[in-house]
Design a protein around this ligand. Structure first.
Ligand code: PFF
Length: 445
């Protein structure tokens, strides 16, 4: 059977599509805002460069030489303890769990595309009421759009690597970039642009403590899609003789570039028309629509295309979140792609309904444990624990378990003199950093 592979540009766009998601446009600006901008951005950039880039290369390598689903790749490449290492491949489950809330958020975005067509909230207070009433009592609305997201994502997955994933990314990613660059270009003409630049790039070290530092590391992981097998699974379909280092560079560069562009644009709008770098997750759903309202008719247009771009970013990430488990059932159980896609789709869709209900009045209490509801628990368990754990395992696997010769034969020609530095960082720096992040996230330090 001929195995479908990504084209070179298809691979870069699909992997960038995985990386660029709600993490870049929704999460990055608001956490940068929370931690005071400049210094946090600097720490984040350093982390992306020193830890993210190294693990990106390692994760690509496992997929590229393994050529199979994550479980099989870990199992076949382990030089010893194969039966234990194969469990590292079950990290793919984290993707399905992330989808249980990611798909609900994509649903909110669809809803915002539609409502922005006709009206925008005239104040932050009104925007807040609108958002909260959708969140806490708009059960049918959310269910409807969650279903649309499920159907879209599952359909693309049934079409496979070439005809589904690559094709969607080749259309959506350039469109997303054009929309963001266009809006960014407009933002540069506004007076507040320089204020946004100052905010993002003038370091205020007083705001940086260990939590900020660790948040930056955790976010670098989430935003680059590392630690759960998405990059690995895509890399299994990379063309032979690809340059992994170049590919990893492009993905890391584009992901970071888009986060910075999105941050500068949003902060400019919020300084110019809104309430400043409003803090918290409500940034794009509450403060931003109110700022768009102040912009007049162009604000309406911007609101619609901004939410379309955000939906595209979310959808291209979503397929990469589900694909690892789809691939697993195809490779290990000989399932057809259609059967695997629909089953995995139904899994996140049905559990996603619990996430959705856990924000709805009347269900909230039953679906909350401790401080968090089901939705927040899923976010915390996956982004907080499973991804850093997966990254740690991958660094250890490439640094200690695969024979060095094998790693060297592929990467030495591509990395040149930097090979030893990369290998050292994978063996020592990355594991220590990831370990500290995990201890902090589970509250031990
Ligand atoms: N990188 C995506 C984002 O920034 O929204 C989220 C994500 C996708 C995380 C795929 C993990 C993953 F495997």
């Amino acid at each position: 059977m001929k195995i479908a592979r990504f084209s070179r540009i298809g691979f870069i766009l699909a992997t960038t599509g995985s990386a660029v998601g709600l993490g870049n446009i929704w999460k990055f600006p608001y956490i940068a805002g929370e931690y005071g901008g400049g210094a946090f951005v600097l720490v984040y950039l350093l982390t992306v460069l020193m830890i993210g880039f190294s693990i990106m290369i390692a994760e690509m390598l496992i997929g590229y030489i393994g050529r199979k689903d994550g479980v099989t790749s870990f199992e076949e490449l382990a030089s010893k303890n194969k039966h234990l290492w194969k469990f590292a491949g079950f990290q793919g489950l984290a993707g399905l769990l992330i989808m249980t809330f990611y798909s609900v958020v994509i649903g909110w975005i669809f809803h915002y595309v539609v409502t922005s067509l006709t009206s925008l909230p005239s104040s932050v207070a009104q925007a807040e009421t609108t958002f909260m009433s959708m969140l806490n009592s708009g059960m049918w609305t959310q269910l409807f759009y969650h279903t649309v997201a499920f159907v879209w994502i599952t359909y693309v997955l049934t079409r496979g690597i070439k005809g589904g994933i690559e094709k969607m990314n080749i259309i959506l990613m350039p469109t997303l970039m054009i929309i963001l660059l266009g809006m960014f270009a407009y933002a540069t003409t506004l007076n507040s642009f320089s204020q946004a630049v100052d905010f993002m790039f003038t370091p205020d070290w007083s705001k940086i403590d260990s939590t900020a530092f660790i948040t930056a590391v955790g976010h670098a992981f989430f935003t680059l899609s590392l630690g759960m097998g998405a990059i690995m699974t895509y890399s299994a379909s990379m063309e032979k003789n690809s340059n992994l280092v170049k590919n990893a560079f492009w993905v890391v560069f584009l992901d970071t570039f888009i986060a910075i562009i999105a941050g500068l644009m949003l902060f400019t709008f919020l300084y110019q028309y809104g309430s400043g770098p409003a803090k918290g997750p409500g940034l794009v759903f509450i403060s931003l629509p109110a700022a768009f309202y102040e912009m007049g008719i162009i604000g309406n247009i911007f609101a619609v295309i901004f939410f379309i771009a955000l939906a595209f970013a979310g959808l291209t990430s979503s397929v990469s979140l589900v694909e690892p488990m789809v691939q697993y059932f195809i490779d290990r159980f000989n399932w057809s792609r259609v059967k695997a896609s629909i089953s995995m789709g139904l899994f996140f869709y049905l559990i996603g309904i619990i996430s959705l209900l856990s924000n709805i009045d009347g269900f909230k209490e039953t679906l909350s444990w401790g401080e968090k509801n089901f939705f927040d628990w899923m976010d915390y368990i996956t982004a907080g624990i499973m991804l850093p754990l997966g990254g740690l395992l991958m660094a250890i696997f490439v640094g200690y378990v695969i024979e060095k010769q094998r790693v060297e034969s592929i990467l030495k020609p591509q990395l040149g003199f930097a090979f030893e530095t990369w290998y050292f960082s994978l063996r020592y720096i990355v594991p220590v950093a990831m370990f500290v992040v995990m201890l902090n996230l589970i509250g031990v330090i």
